[in-house]
Ligand binder design. Structure first.
Ligand SMILES: CC(=O)SCCNC(=O)CCNC(=O)[C@H](O)C(C)(C)COP(=O)(O)OP(=O)(O)OC[C@H]1O[C@@H](n2cnc3c(N)ncnc32)[C@H](O)[C@@H]1OP(=O)(O)O
Ligand SMILES: N[C@@H](CCO)C(=O)O
Length: 375
């Protein structure tokens, strides 16, 4: 897959220079499963200043492979620029001159928060010992962060995909602490289609001989389930984009200088290879597994009398939005969620599919402005 040596597994561990990240100790954290996570911490970044009355706090929650770095340049410990540069910042839709913006790295992730690649108390990586997590557990960790920051209530909670699931969970479980919520490209409960795509990805990772049941973190530098994670990302990335975009960009063209009839690649294959390699370089396979499992288990109605009853708990003003070409979380999901919340969904026109919430800066900014205008 790559001609360059891959990083040592676990290169994303806390040993990195922290840049602007900060951490909150979560010790202990009781999980939905009944087990208790000890010694964990949550990484986060903030922008702006919390108002004396605490009324200007906004929580932004990232998607599966995102992180706390919403904006700002690449820096030590974070090799790429922020993932919502065009939406969050001075004078932008989420104006950091006005709002106190908080972005945590999801618990179980690998960009500063404790996850399977983190070194546990015994000096070894958590690996397979890291517990299964649910979206509710991720939110419990974020509730602890709000408490620690002195945020009694969020003016808005905003998120897409896995971040949207967490934003919804916040609105359901912490209804008195969420004044408004923007729920992007997500659903109230995982669908069979979403679980199926995720299942294929999990199989790809676990079938890698270097997966070692999730205990590969002590392998020598450059070893790990890279092929499995790369295959998972290829599968996922197809679902993140639309057939029309892929067709318009690549069609059946060969990759420059390559001949598919002679063992070379099509351009679209090369594109997927590129995204696979990029993810393998920046993400831990076991974090990918734990967070993907959490997405598959997402159901706001579990133990709450069903989805309808759970959604009726929400007191926040909600804006539910999707992307018309999203084949992973199609507009039907957002219409169903919006109906349950007593509102109607907004559907962005875009050929970028599920990734539209990361790419369609102008349209997303409009939604953010609308949300915050009434807050
Ligand atoms: C900015 C960050 O990633 S911060 C980390 C947090 N990230 C996230 O939360 C989201 C993760 N990222 C993503 O989901 C995606 O990368 C997105 C949505 C941001 C990318 O969206 P787009 O801007 O549309 O990028 P696109 O899918 O067109 O990919 C562009 C890349 O493909 C490469 N590419 C395009 N065609 C080909 C091809 N035929 N062969 C090989 N590579 C190709 C480009 O060179 C470019 O490479 P680069 O990203 O290394 O510069
Ligand atoms: N491309 C995004 C979308 C996942 O929902 C990510 O990797 O986080």
């Amino acid at each position: 897959m790559t001609s360059r040596p891959l990083p040592a597994t676990g290169a994303w561990r806390e040993g990195h220079p922290p840049g602007r990240r900060r951490w909150l100790g979560l010790d202990p954290l009781d999980l939905e499963s009944g087990s208790r996570l000890t010694g964990a911490r949550l990484a986060y970044e903030t922008w702006g200043t919390l108002a004396p009355d605490g009324g200007n706090a906004v929580l932004v929650l990232h998607a599966l492979t995102g992180d706390a770095h919403l904006r700002g340049p690449a820096e030590p410990g974070h090799p790429s620029a922020g993932w919502w540069e065009g939406v969050v910042g001075p004078g932008l839709a989420l104006d950091t001159d006005r709002w106190f913006v908080v972005a945590p790295n999801a618990l179980g992730g690998c960009q500063g928060s404790t996850g399977p690649a983190t070194t546990a108390a015994d000096g070894r990586a958590w690996g397979s010992r890291f517990p299964a997590l649910t979206v509710r557990d991720l939110v419990r960790a974020e509730v602890a962060l709000a408490d620690a920051l002195g945020v009694d209530g969020w003016a808005a909670v905003i998120g897409g995909s896995l971040g949207g699931m967490r934003a919804l969970e916040w609105a359901v479980d912490q209804s008195d602490r969420v004044r408004s919520a923007l729920l992007l490209c997500c659903s109230a409960v995982a669908t069979a289609e979403q679980i199926a795509w995720s299942s294929a990805q999990l199989h790809a990772i676990r079938a890698d001989p270097d997966w070692l049941g999730g205990d590969y973190h002590e392998l020598p530098a450059g070893r790990g389930p890279h092929a499995g994670l790369g295959l998972a990302r290829r599968i996922a990335h197809i679902t993140y984009r639309s057939p029309q975009e892929l067709q318009a960009r690549f069609g059946s063209a060969a990759q420059d200088g390559e001949d598919p009839a002679a063992g070379g690649r099509y351009a679209v294959e090369s594109y997927l290879d590129h995204h696979a390699e990029k993810l393998v370089r920046r993400f831990d396979a076991a974090s990918y597994v734990r967070l993907t499992e959490a997405m598959s288990a997402h159901d706001v109605g579990r133990d709450r009398g069903g989805v309808g009853a759970a959604l009726r708990r929400v007191g926040a003003r909600t804006l539910v939005a999707g992307v018309d070409s999203d084949r992973l979380f199609p507009p039907a999901d957002q219409h169903a969620l919006a109906r349950g919340l007593g509102t109607s969904a907004r559907i962005i026109g875009s050929s970028y599919g599920h990734d539209g919430f990361l790419i369609e800066t102008e349209q997303v900014s409009e939604l953010v402005r609308e949300l915050l205008k009434g807050t």
